[in-house]
Write a protein that binds this ligand. Structure first.
Ligand code: AMP
Length: 219
């Protein structure tokens, strides 16, 4: 299954992608995670994209295309993938189609995560992430057992620079402005699945599986 997840920051794309990746055994490819890793490792790409990511602006399309092409060429993506945070522009959507067409593949679904704007602001400004394993926490909705420490590996949690309150509002504005044409692009191709992404994570996972027609044995 080849899926893209579209939705504003804070809509739960990352959380649901991670869950679905475990259920389906497909790689979860988050362009935001790839960019943050490149920045943390201070690679050539990292240096190129740092200012964009930290100020919440979109990284130029040509840089993104190269990153995604390279990632999709890795063997683990041969059977499918969950692409989270890409495409964000029409040009990126077209590039993805081209990359897939070169291998005789097509996209199965574009899932649009829909969440009320006020709910997003609350979610984003309390979000914390483990810099080691990438697990997301929330000060109010999903706090770690010990304050600001990852349950899984004990690392000190951080707040992403682009989740700081002053950046959140501009990220959301930019997002809505940019994503609408991409939503229409997939709607016109009959690939769009609009997911009600409000409610707790388990509820959203159930809706998502149902919407994609995936039945999972209860554990
Ligand atoms: P995310 O974790 O998806 O919210 O992405 C964090 C930041 O990475 C964004 O605010 C952008 O600066 C950059 N980014 C991630 N994916 C893309 C993309 N597809 N196109 C351009 N910039 C991106």
């Amino acid at each position: 299954m080849r899926l893209v997840f579209l939705g504003p920051p804070g809509a739960g794309k990352g959380t649901q992608a991670r869950r679905l990746s475990g259920i389906l055994g497909l790689p979860h490819i988050s362009t935001g995670d790839i960019l943050r890793a490149a920045i943390a490792q201070d690679t050539e790409t990292g240096r190129k994209v740092r200012d964009y990511v930290e100020s919440g602006r979109l990284v130029p399309d040509d840089v993104m295309e190269e990153i995604v092409r390279a990632r999709l060429e890795r063997p683990d993506a041969a059977q499918g993938f969950i692409l989270d945070g890409f495409p964000r522009t029409i040009r990126q959507a077209e590039a993805l189609d081209t990359i897939l067409a070169e291998r005789g593949q097509t996209l199965d679904r574009a899932v649009l995560f829909q969440v009320d704007r006020q709910v997003l602001i609350e979610r984003l400004s309390g979000r914390m992430v483990c810099p080691v394993c990438g697990t997301n926490y929330h000060r109010v909705f999903h706090p770690p057992r010990e304050d600001e420490v990852c349950d899984g590996d004990g690392a000190k949690l951080i707040q992403r620079k682009d989740d700081l309150p002053e950046t959140v509002a501009s990220r959301l504005e930019g997002y809505y402005h940019q994503i609408q044409p991409v939503v229409e692009y997939y709607r016109n191709r009959g690939l769009l699945y609009e997911l009600d992404a409000e409610g707790d994570a388990d509820t959203v996972t159930r809706r998502l599986l149902q919407g994609l027609g995936i039945s999972v044995e209860p554990v």
